[in-house]
Design a binder for this molecule. Sequence first.
Ligand code: GLC
Length: 446
Amino acid sequence: MKKLLLLYLLFSVSIYAQQDSNVTHNAEVPKMQWFKEAKLGIFIHWGIYAVNGIPESWSFYNGTISHEDYLRQADNFTARNYDPQAWADLIAESGARYSVITTKHHDGFALWDSKDGVFNAAKNSPAKKDLIAPFVNALRKRNLKVGLYYSLPDWSYADYTDKTKMEKRYKIAGEPERWRKFQKYSFGQMQELKKEFDPDLWWFDGDWEHTAEEWDVNGIKDLLTDNRPDVIFNSRLNGNGDYETPEIGIPVYKPQAKYWELCVTMNDSWGFQQNDKNYKSSQQIIDLFTDCISKGGNLLLDIGPKADGSIPDEQERILKDLGRWTKKHEEAIFKTDAGIAYEHFNGPTTLSKDHRTLYVFVRDVPKDGKIFLKGITNKIHRVYVVGDGTLLTYKNYYKVYWNAYPGVTYIDIPENVIDENYTVLGVVLDGEVSLFKEKTGAIESN
Ligand code: GLC
């Protein structure tokens, strides 16, 4: 009997040690803190492609429209109803903490009044003004972080290597001087953007067209971190960035990267396309968002304003619906860490900074009104409804005194607390969350 007891004690100590190592508080990279806590950003693809409502840049690159006809869209890019403060207000209302706007897409049309450029909203369109400056100011007024998207390729620039899929202008090895001319121009543009707008984040794109050496990624980073060592870069600098940018598809498994951001469209287009009505519902966007934060990432959700600067109704609706939900559940979303594995709860979760509160996101409440958590070793102090405060009852099953297996806890969710999108529960634990990782259940020997 004594022997058995000793064995049991040894067994539980080893399990305990294993459980403890589940909880890793990785040291944060200081400059990444705001990004990690922000969770939601709004991406904006705005450009002359909104005039005809065709794919941004790719439509002429792939030959569905001629380059000339594509560029001619600039004549009708009016920005007549552009209200940057209303944009920033809507973004803030959605709960987003930052926004990333296309200052220049692969087509080379700049939204700001670029001195180094030849093709921009102020000089070459009826908008006749710098469209980035007032938006950056409006974001800052709302305390939102500023991200600038900048395309490395510029398919319309006469000294850039590629024009379309079929038409290449030259090879760098053959005309290095010409490439240097292009670099002088694009470095000049980046310098302007830095000086005028001092962004918190640079979102590069199109790095696949050349190598890191050809782009001079080190030179770009030196230029942009000068006096601004805390500025953040996405990874589309041939992998030399601060965080990864999976696109469209949510990673099925938790990504290995410490920092990541899923960029995604609300319908199937980055820019405004009147014929694309294939919108996800607000519920589906919230499904995606909870999955992202549960896996420790951010969601960069795209909108595509029209050529007159108005935001399509469907997009505004989604941002407002998101806002209703994020506001109510703020404490479970922002400043949290990734949650626990889906084996422990059949849905998304997050953890408070101190890992002592587990937030559980319940999409649909089962018929019997109960959801359950598996293999949580902690004692539960209480369970409450986030954004409402109601205390909930819960009960543990399958726990036996002779084994460390913590059993299954059922939590009762009454109908009157159910949220139309996700009901969020705060599960207050007796310490940092501790998960049972043993392969076996309650069987010790047989
Ligand atoms: C892609 C596309 C581009 C889009 C971007 C957004 O790289 O080239 O059109 O702007 O992804 O992530």
